[in-house]
Design a protein around this ligand. Sequence first.
Ligand code: XMP
Length: 513
Amino acid sequence: MQSTEKIIILDFGSQYTQLIARKVREIGVYAEIYPFNISIEKLKELNPTGIILSGGPSSVYEDGAPIPSFDVFAMGIPVLGICYGLQLIAYQKGGAVDKAARREFGRASLEILNFEDIFAGVSQNTQVWMSHGDHLTKAPEGYEIIAKSENSEICAVRSPDKRIYGVQFHPEVHHTTEGKKILENFVRKICGCKEVWNAQSFITSTIEKIKNLVGDEGVILALSGGVDSTVAAVLLHKALGDKLHCVHIDSGLMRTNESQTIVNLFKDSFNIPIELVDGSGLFLSRLHGVEDPELKRKIIGTAFIDLFEVAAKKFNDAKWLAQGTLYPDVIESVSIKGPSATIKSHHNVGGLPEKMHLKILEPFRELFKDEVRAVGRELGVPEWFVNRHPFPGPGLAIRILGAVTKERLEVLRKADDIYLEEIRNAGLYNHIWQAFAVLLPVSSVGVMGDERTYENVCALRAVTSTDGMTADWFEFPNDVLAKISNRIINEVRGINRVVYDITSKPPGTIEWE
Ligand code: XMP
């Protein structure tokens, strides 16, 4: 555990649950998410300083509505109910909830009626984000109504002992302009959280924790070249020094000079040695003629493990395998996760720990991606690296539709380089979650000069996202797209047509395979 003070968020299925945790952490207070049906014993064991009940799509009167098996309001811990959470307060404490005459979705103007605590310092009329069907028609006995809106007389309530609060709107959403202040008032003023949880405090406590856990034993880390494993390596090196062994496998499926850039970064910036394994021949030969995406993924996963196992044999003090697992992967949420987990087999070094009898070390199990980036910055990882877009373990192999060959890899690399260079030139790189080119197994007719051409189609993908689970396609300015298309067709032999992918996730996935 990173902090003695913590806010526990109980998830009732809202699409915004993770956002609540992120906002509370931004305020500098550690927060974790648990499903609403957590047992009271487990919740007590977690010893929360405050509890936030998320929103959710259900109605409290519905059959099977998510309701905790114990009275969360009787634990003596401050509670803030958001949207469905507010309705739960009303339902359990004797108020009344009704289907709203009309559903309220979008911006609304909130009028604050009491500025004593949760709304201290908030403007009298403030913009909030509403997203609900049901609303309160009667506050529970003794509860004070502390805010209203045009649509609803009861938008926020407070219990007589000033320990239980409920709000109809979503303070965690960006469009609630003073939402952060409201959450801050709850965690700092009402729950009384004093500690400051941030990248620096995380680093200090995690180094301590790793030292205690690992002792003199060796740790191996598979360095993919991505942000998570890189920041993990730098942090672990600080804690363990030369007991950390980094292995980078160049699959030959990386972008231009990628493996060399990683090795140089580690050598020059961090003085951390890397065992570089050239696996390009092996990967390409095993992938020969393979077109099926799942088969490609399986072959690549197995090849990684085979090579990693050989490389790791050198480090006979190793008892641990470090992984850059992030919090969104470990949250046991009732929210519907995106389809990626079951749609694609994500392959990195899964299966290795059991095979090699290694214990798993996951220093970022409690962090969101942007927090890992903040930790990276704090540790001196250069900005250009910290902000790198995610890159999948199977690399360019899942961006070449159909069989992967050396020639097609070269064509894709060139197109991808131009695409990313122009995105950077236009100052758009950090506005995009992930951008890449895809080489299609389709040829089309074109004309260049006076010549007929019959060459490959290249698709460009760029998405915005917060965690990769859902994504929207990025709206490029036309002139940027035009320049990219022009350059790719002129400079990359083998491509005579460029198309832009306008599919969101869902229903699409981010990668094409
Ligand atoms: P999809 O395509 O499932 O991708 O929407 C979601 C995010 O995951 C990345 N991705 C992978 N990352 N190994 C990885 O480490 C994989 O096998 C893999 N497949 C997809 C993808 O780039 C996006 O960021």
